[in-house]
Design a protein around this ligand. Structure first.
Ligand code: G6P
Length: 612
């Protein structure tokens, strides 16, 4: 979703901020723009709908865009179409200030009316433009720049991460946040502002994560953070612990493919140092909960969105089975508005790769306000969800750039499976289960690798379905959420309509769609319900449906009913989703790639959804 990058220092800001927003392309956007104060301290704004390359092409000579202070933005349209006029930065009537903004100004209509009554003229359909006019309004009244921004933000309802520059204060940049992430990067005699560290990591790893309702005033030499009501804030500098190479595609054509192939390592990183062979259990220190507290949990609610929600569903199957604790899995967007029931000893687990998803964040705040203990399962260290939870587990998957989540999903479910064992072992789960789980989990990375080695085979199967209009994914038990995830991957990046269904439920509706053109991708590993799912697949075959089956190595009879089979190695039932999802990720990737689509930045989607 929208991205912000700002620079103030001795270097030319333009290439730095343009390069910065390019690093944020993965988040999803539909227009972009920059504002700089040039050598003559004149404010210049350049913006363009479409890709950043369009913006670059439209820029005048480097000399004309030279300046030591600048802000840039990638916009993912919410209010108003993705046109050049609606792109950020926005300015007021006199073209003296420029504002970039992530988030939503909920009372923008009321504010706009008041400003228009004072003579302000609006040119865009965005909520952001109101911020520019509002700041201008307070400047015209004679307020000092930072005071004008502060006054304006006091009147705003909604969420914002903003950066503002002003040609009458050419050595100052102001940034503030409420509900949208904003980070200050500290270099040597230079500073950066961004909504995502990926944009500035090549320049500095020293950062300060602004908290909600904080404002930072930066000049070339130093900065000061205060709250919006002007209380001094002591800055906490953090060191970003990841490397530039993680935001490079390397030998791969797309980030998504790279990330799929990273899974033997990323899953290994999720469990490394957390398996305790001697006690046949796992250790998740970040939970900050004693054995007594873990034993006292009576109910779990998992809140998440998108792929993380699918991970949560797998968590439900595993935790209910191993720990015998009832688990509800809820869409965060629904949970936040439906007055959820939180009884004593309810544990709420929020799952979010980015740690910034607006609905997940709001849902966890709702649960917190009702007194629940909240845990987070996140990937991004220092993210808002990671900071607002009582405890949690980092999945350590490394930066995930592809909009369609892959490695974060397998790492999330690895953690949930380990949580299931931990919660089970403090109850009645026998040590034999714990030790075979640990033994098998250690083998998972190499088993994932053996599936990745079938990449060419999976690509051939992708060719056979690439022109389909629809696809149906079937699974049972914990492979039902895997079917949902497989279908989501396909629709996200290939734009083929796909649905996931519990295999037995198919006959209550989707079976009507099955004919010789309909690919049905079924997950049928060797487990207790194998025979049941085979019966469901016979129903597909009887209607001439095209069956592509994920089956366990050695299951030769499956070939009698399907068009293609992708074999996965044997593993414990609890761990199966870690293997069954891999061929589905590759299948979706190859279908989208064969269709010539932009796999890493699918249309309309955003990596981190920071609006409701
Ligand atoms: C967006 C992304 C999905 C992701 C979902 C939840 O829709 O495109 O890939 O699963 O947000 O994101 P989160 O960061 O909270 O896991």
């Amino acid at each position: 979703m929208c991205g912000i990058v700002g620079y103030i220092g001795k270097r030319n800001a333009t290439p730095i901020i343009v390069e910065g927003i390019k690093r944020l392309e993965y988040r999803g956007y539909d227009s972009s723009g920059i504002a700089i104060l040039d050598k003559n301290k004149q404010l210049k704004i350049f913006k363009k709908s479409g890709k950043i390359t369009e913006l670059e092409r439209s820029l005048p000579s480097p000399d004309e865009t030279y300046g030591n202070i600048g802000i840039a933005h990638t916009r993912w349209a919410t209010h108003g179409e993705p046109t050049t006029v609606n792109a950020h930065p926005h300015t007021g009537c006199f073209g003296k200030i420029a504002v970039v903004h992530n988030g939503i100004i909920e009372n923008h209509k009321i504010l706009q009316k008041k400003l228009e009554a004072e003579g302000h003229k609006f040119i865009s359909e965005t909520d952001t433009e109101v911020l520019a006019h509002l700041i201008e309004h307070f400047l015209i009244k004679g307020n000092e720049f930072s005071l004008a921004v502060r006054e304006a933000l006091q009147l705003v309802e909604g969420t914002f991460g903003i950066a503002v520059i002003n040609n009458e204060e050419p050595n100052k940049m102001i940034a503030a946040r409420r509900g949208s992430p904003l980070i200050l990067g500290i270099g040597k005699d230079e500073f950066f502002v961004t909504s995502d560290v990926a944009a500035i990591i090549i320049h500095t790893k020293r950062v300060i994560y602004l908290e909600d309702n904080e404002i930072v005033v930066i000049n070339h030499k130093n900065f000061e953070i205060t709250t919006l009501d002007n209380k001094y804030v002591e800055a906490k500098v953090s060191e970003v612990d990841w490397d530039v190479s993680s935001i490079d595609k390397g030998e791969y054509k797309h980030f998504m493919l790279k990330e799929i192939f990273e899974q033997p390592t990323s899953v290994g990183n999720a469990f490394r140092g957390r398996l305790m062979e001697n006690l046949s259990t796992v250790r998740l220190g970040g939970l900050n909960m004693s054995g007594e507290e873990l034993r006292s949990i009576k109910k779990i609610q998992i809140i998440a969105c998108g792929t993380s929600w699918h991970a949560g569903l797998i968590g439900k199957y595993v935790i209910e089975n191993t720990a015998r604790i009832p688990v509800d899995v809820e869409y965060a967007s629904e949970y936040r508005y439906r007055n959820p029931i939180i009884s004593e000893n309810t544990l709420v687990i929020s799952i979010s790769q980015s740690g910034e998803t607006a609905d997940t964040l709001a849902a966890l705040r709702e649960a917190k306000s009702k007194g629940a203990r909240i845990l987070g399962i996140t990937n991004v260290v220092g993210s808002t969800i990671a900071r607002e939870t009582d405890g949690g587990v980092y999945i350590h998957a490394g930066t995930e750039i592809g909009v369609a989540s892959t490695k974060a999903f397998t790492s999330q479910i690895t953690i949930l499976m380990m949580m299931g064992v931990l919660l089970g072992r403090v109850r009645n789960l026998p040590p034999t289960f714990g030790s075979s789980f640990i033994k098998e989990l250690r083998l998972i990375p190499q088993k994932i690798q053996s599936i990745l080695d079938k990449n060419d085979e999976i690509k051939k199967i992708a060719k056979t379905i690439k022109d389909s209009k629809n696809a149906l994914y079937l699974g049972r038990g914990s492979n039902y959420p895997v079917a949902l995830e497989g279908a989501l991957k396909l629709k996200e990046i290939s734009y083929i309509h796909a649905e996931g269904y519990p295999a037995a439920e198919m006959k209550h509706g989707p079976i009507a769609l099955i004919d010789e053109n309909m690919p049905v991708i079924a997950i049928a590993p060797d487990d207790a319900i194998y025979e049941k799912i085979i019966s469901n697949l016979q129903e597909v075959k009887a209607r001439n449906g095209r069956l592509i089956v994920i089956a366990t190595e050695g299951d030769t009879s499956i070939k009698d009913i399907c068009e293609s089979v992708i074999y996965i190695p044997q593993t414990l039932h609890t761990l199966q989703p870690l293997l069954t999802v891999i061929p589905l990720q590759l299948l979706a990737y190859h279908v989208a790639n064969l269709r010539g689509l932009d796999v890493d930045q699918p249309r309309n989607l955003a990596k981190s959804v920071t609006v409701e």
